[in-house]
Design a protein around this ligand. Structure first.
Ligand SMILES: [Zn+2]
Length: 87
């Protein structure tokens, strides 16, 4: 399963788009989903994720360039298309 961190509170969780056990937030908007998708072990080593987790817990914003954002949005669409074609 995907190791991820919550885009809102920085808590370690499993799965990009799952509800956070700590702050009970589920990614809803495109921006939320992009950040959640990036904050996983697909993109970062666990050590990096832990650093990002601490940054979010300290209130730092995670900056994502527009280019990466667009790339991730299309990646998410691809994943969704594959999931839907399977079921
Ligand atoms: Zn959270």
């Amino acid at each position: 399963m995907t190791q991820a961190i919550c885009f809102n509170c920085g808590e370690i969780k499993f799965g990009s788009f799952t509800k956070c056990d700590k702050c009970c937030l589920t990614p809803a908007s495109d921006d939320d989903e992009v950040i959640s998708f990036l904050l996983t072990d697909h993109f970062y080593e666990i050590d990096e994720l832990k650093k990002l987790s601490n940054r979010i817990k300290n209130g730092a914003a995670i900056d994502i360039s527009e280019e990466i954002k667009q790339q991730v949005i299309s990646d998410i669409k691809d994943v969704r298309d594959k999931l839907e074609s399977k079921s």
